[in-house]
Design a protein around this ligand. Structure first.
Ligand code: AMP
Length: 308
């Protein structure tokens, strides 16, 4: 069951109350792929970088079993660059710079070996590009998950709505769900967004966890309370990578298995924020992930005296 991942592979400069990291590795596709690689071994990465992107980072992904056949490297051009600064509470941030660089010419042509992917993760990227990838697939995949952000709602709402109509699951943060739906209540926002096409919606609430909506059903996954969050960048992508990595590996897209997937995604995100960039994501072990998932289970386990 191959998992196709598209998104940005980038450099980020990040400022948090705990320090600054200049021109470190980032990008939605990078975080998703690293996170998913702990669950699934047949990952196909589709992205674009400039010649400034380190070869060692591409090799590190290949060593995790990620195919980079679809990674375009453009000579004489620079990689996508994003800079952000977090506020004191770390829940909100300001984007300081978005330099599209190579992304402005990105017109991905999927290698033949990618076209039968059964699981597709459309990471945060220009909606037109997300659409073009869907159009190149040989068959309708078993599951398509879409992530996006306010940046694209502001400048490309029409094409964004076309992609949304074609996916199974959309992931957004609270503000984005409100912006997209025009509703303040997240329950009403979810209904409005699911009416646009997706059968499922995940609303990420940062340190307050995530909500999974499926028709009338709602599942809540907490975030692990951490003593110190160093850098929340990429937490949403890491969450998405763990979520779809688990689903692709188990090849089970039932609501019950999505509940497990959302906990695995949350566990991966809890590691991501413990250091800058992808540093923590590169060093995890299966045992650490298992122990972290147990902490999530403990966090919400209680004996209910309510009878059926
Ligand atoms: P997240 O914190 O999950 O929103 O993801 C942050 C990552 O997304 C950073 O590593 C950035 O390189 C990347 N990013 C920021 N802005 C955009 C954008 N407009 N499109 C695609 N990727 C972006």
């Amino acid at each position: 069951m191959s998992l196709l991942v598209i998104g940005t592979v980038a450099f980020d400069t990040i400022e948090t109350p705990y320090g600054k990291a200049e021109k470190v590795i980032g990008g939605s596709c990078t975080y998703i792929s690293w996170s998913a690689s702990y669950f699934h071994k047949d990952i196909k990465l589709q992205a674009i970088v400039g010649e400034d992107f380190p070869d060692s980072e591409i090799k590190a992904l290949q060593e995790r079993g990620v195919s980079t056949e679809g990674l375009e490297i453009i000579k004489g051009k620079k990689s996508f660059f994003w800079a952000g600064k977090y506020h004191e509470n770390m829940n909100s941030r300001d984007t300081l710079v978005t330099d599209l660089n190579v992304l402005s010419d990105f017109n991905p042509i999927l290698p033949d070996s990618y076209k039968d992917a059964q699981y597709v993760m459309l990471g945060n990227l220009t909606p037109e590009i997300q659409l073009s990838v869907l159009n190149q697939l040989n068959n309708r995949p078993k599951l398509v998950v879409l992530d996006t952000m306010n940046f694209w709602m502001d400048i490309a709402m029409d094409s964004l709505k076309k992609v949304i109509a074609r996916v199974d699951i959309l992931t957004l943060n609270e503000e984005e769900a409100r912006q997209l739906s025009g509703q303040f209540s997240l329950v009403k926002a979810a209904q409005t967004i699911m009416d646009m096409g997706p059968k499922f919606l995940i609303i990420k609430k940062g340190e307050h966890g995530a909500l999974l909506f499926a028709g009338e059903h709602i599942f809540f996954a907490p975030a692990l309370p951490l003593a110190q969050v160093y850098d929340p960048t990429g937490a949403g992508d890491t969450f998405a990578g763990g979520f779809i990595g688990w689903l692709a590996q188990t090849d089970d897209i039932s609501f019950e298995n999505m509940k497990r997937a959302i906990i695995y995604g949350s566990a991966m995100a809890s590691f991501c924020v413990e250091d800058f960039s992808i540093y923590k994501m590169k060093t995890l072990s299966v045992d650490e992930i298992r122990d972290r998932v147990k902490k999530f289970v403990e966090l919400v386990r209680f004996d209910s005296e309510v009878s059926e």
